[in-house]
Design a protein around this ligand. Sequence first.
Ligand code: A2P
Length: 276
Amino acid sequence: MATNPAPADERSRALADGHQIPVLGLGVWQVPDGPECVNAVRWALELGYRHVDTAQAYGNEESVGQALRDSGVPRDEVYITTKFYPGGKDPATEVEHSLRRLGLDYVDLYLVHWPQGGALWAWSGMQRAHERGHARSIGISNFNATELGALLEAATVPPAVNQLQLSPFEYRQALIEACEKRDVAVEAYSPLGTGRHLSHRAVHAVAQRVGRTPAQVLLRWGLQRGLIVLPKSTHRERIEENSQIFDFALSDQDVAELDACDGTAGTDRALERKWW
Ligand code: A2P
């Protein structure tokens, strides 16, 4: 049950392709397949989350599907994202494997996980997955502004989303603006800095001022910066805490203090170092 009732229109928004997306999702990166993942997703759904973000590379699509079935929440009320592992295969074939692991007929969103091998080669397969109805929306992740621009020139179906490592400490303002200017919604992974940012002085100062937790402050910053936030936790009480971000607001000063934590100098790069 949702513990923080908020108007439905604050909790979701429309993508450029017309589909609605909940602005809070549970991220399951680094959650092992099995009971830990099943529990985290089931708890999130019980606590009112309606969006789960997985990937082929995470190896836990089976558990996400299991939890969704266990939860009893109707399929059409939950937003499921998975990501194409860009190792050289065909995205349109690979999504069918994801669907089998998830036990679903379609995913809501299918992303190219990172632009390995270039920004363009995977996109025709992504568009085929979309045409076949296996992915309602398609998008990208870890694409910088140049890669996004090249893809937009070549695409028939433009990417609806770019999922990026974002937080006040990794603000990448020029990249966010490049996406927004082209009507590409921006999602934030690692919005808590994989936990590192929770103990930062500036975050604590704002948290104390607004009477909320550091995690809630970091996530609320994301919402007020127009981002879709995807915090990860495997603890029920933290999953609940991270969902209670619709019943307070940061002031302009709070947001500015958090903006000032940026260590990327407002870059349009998606990452400081590529891992591929
Ligand atoms: P755990 O999964 O053990 O709860 P990010 O979303 O930036 O990737 O951060 C995830 C990390 O932050 C995980 O280590 C997670 O730990 C931890 N975490 C998530 N939510 C909270 C919270 N509300 N309070 C403290 N730590 C949290």
